[in-house]
Design a protein around this ligand. Sequence first.
Ligand code: AMP
Length: 210
Amino acid sequence: MRLILLGPPGAGKGTQALRLVAKYGIVQLSTGDMLRAAVKAGTPIGRQVKEIMDSGSLCPDGVVVEIVADRIAQPDARKGFILDGFPRTVPQAKALDRMLAQHGIKLDAAIELRVDEDALLKRIESRIAETKARGEALRADDNPAVLRQRLEAYRAQTAPLADYYRKKNVLRTVNGMASIADVTAAIDKALPSEPHALRAGSKKNDHASP
Ligand code: AMP
């Protein structure tokens, strides 16, 4: 199964991605996690993106596309993957199309978690409180001012991707305001019963063979 999760910050993409990983035995590819790891390790890419991430803006397409291209080519991604936080711009979506074509694979669905923006701020606030209560470090961009910038970036640059994937007939929109279990159930229902690679009539190269 090869999936994309679309939705603004705080929509619950990470939570649902973990559930999909467990259900389908696929890997979660979170560009946010990969970029945070690069920042933490102090790599050249990490140094390039740190300030951008802290401000809540999007990192350059070229940087993110390269990271994803490397990751998708790894053996553990052959069985399937869920892209969490990528693509976030139309050029990234086009780059992903090229990557998939290169590997001879197809997307099964782009799941859009639709949420009420006013409720997002409350969710982020409770995520901050829970993280603090667990004694864990906060993400630098988990604060209301940066959240506003992240929402703005989502509205301007990422929301148009819903149309992009609707036109490709793979968009599945789910109400992200429901409970976690209900959102999971709605996603299950919206997904194709068989991934592309297993569907009758699929071309042989639909398989992510080495
Ligand atoms: P996330 O954890 O997905 O909310 O991402 C955290 C931050 O990482 C974002 O606010 C961006 O600065 C950066 N980022 C993550 N994914 C992307 C992407 N696909 N394109 C550009 N920037 C990204």
